[in-house]
Write a protein that binds this ligand. Structure first.
Ligand code: ATP
Ligand code: MG
Length: 322
């Protein structure tokens, strides 16, 4: 059926992101519940139409690991994207509510995301580009699905200036301006899995000495308005990635993994700490599932294999499914 704004009854605000807001709506002619994403687009009419054409590909994305698509339309000055309503919301909102997610469940999340990414890439040659807990949704049937993938190049361009604050799941190669590949999504998955298992963003201030800092970290991070308390080392322009001294090569990964310093995004100067964070991702060892021994070895190894800093070594979603 053709979707029209006047057939959609607003029921509830589901959340707000950088690019717009999402509402639960009812499609009154059919009684179907949907999530309607409203994206404010600063673009010419011709570009808007192009975006709509590009979004059309989503009609062909049919997988139980992908949030399904009902349609999109223009509602000046916005573009509305209507998708399957996922009644348990995002994993971001779930862990904010209940704390760290059980590692077995995190394993199921990994499986579903990899299935979704493999489907998108193998069948449609689509790279997701925005894997993070708020784009992994759950429903009460127990399904886990991904949403908000980058089907439309024009849409990506049109909302590019709202990008600050969402860039933190970016892979080191992406931060350095390399081509986005499906392996960049694998990096973002690794970061997301740690976040879910620990109940906090992995680059937030962590690490006192080594392994035993975890509980206090967690409590600390949960308290509101915690000041920015951890500085980062100055930029190391002399050190480029992939040199023998790079800290995250297979051979010396182990001995250096404890040295990474955390950076907090809470409080303080947000803009500055995001720049620092990007620098940190590029220059420091990748985060890990820590403290050692808290999680099953398979989980630690799996996350490590998502977070090889060198994309050549990092596996594809398909490899990781095996
Ligand atoms: P960002 O804008 O940085 O990507 P985001 O993913 O949180 O962040 P939106 O994509 O606008 O921003 O989504 C806002 C919130 O709406 C999500 O966090 C999620 O909780 C909720 N949401 C999005 N899509 C759905 C859906 N299909 N079903 C149910 N809830 C949804
Ligand atoms: Mg989203």
């Amino acid at each position: 059926f053709e979707l029209r704004n006047e057939d959609l009854k607003d029921l509830q605000e589901l959340g707000q992101g950088n690019g717009g807001s999402v509402k639960k709506v009812e499609h009154t002619p059919t009684g179907t519940m949907m999530a309607k994403k409203i994206v404010l687009i600063d673009a010419k009419p011709s570009v808007r139409k192009q975006i709509l054409r590009e979004l059309h590909i989503m009609h062909d994305c049919n997988s139980k690991y992908i949030v399904s698509f009902f349609g999109a339309f223009l509602a000046d000055p916005n573009i509305c994207i209507c998708m399957e309503f996922m009644d348990k919301g995002s994993l971001h909102s779930i862990y904010k509510k209940i704390g760290p997610i059980d590692i077995d469940v995190v394993g199921q999340v990994a499986l579903s995301v990899l299935e979704g990414l493999t489907y998108l890439y193998d069948v449609h040659r689509i790279i997701h580009r925005d894997i993070k807990p708020s784009n992994i949704l759950c429903n009460s049937a127990g399904q886990i699905k991904i949403c908000d993938f980058g089907v439309s190049g024009e849409l990506i361009n049109s909302i590019a200036d709202t990008f600050v604050g969402t860039s933190t799941y970016m892979s080191p190669e992406r931060i350095q301006g390399a081509q986005y590949t499906v392996k960049s999504d694998v990096w973002s998955l690794g970061i997301s899995l740690i976040e879910l298992a620990l109940g906090r963003f992995p680059f937030s201030e962590s690490e006192s000495d080594d392994n035993d800092s975890d509980l206090s970290d967690l409590e600390g991070t949960l308290s509101p308005n915690r000041p920015l308390s951890m500085g980062l080392p100055p930029p190391r322009s002399s050190r480029t990635p992939k040199t023998p001294t790079d800290k995250n090569t297979p051979t010396d990964k182990k001995k250096d993994r404890r040295k990474s310093k955390g950076v907090s995004l809470q409080g303080g100067s947000m803009t500055m700490s995001i720049l620092e964070l990007l620098q940190h991702i590029v220059n420091e060892p990748a985060p890990r599932l820590t403290p050692e021994g808290r999680f099953p070895k398979e989980a630690e190894d799996f996350v490590d294999s998502c977070l090889w800093k060198d994309p050549e070594i990092r596996k594809t979603p398909k490899d990781l499914l095996v």
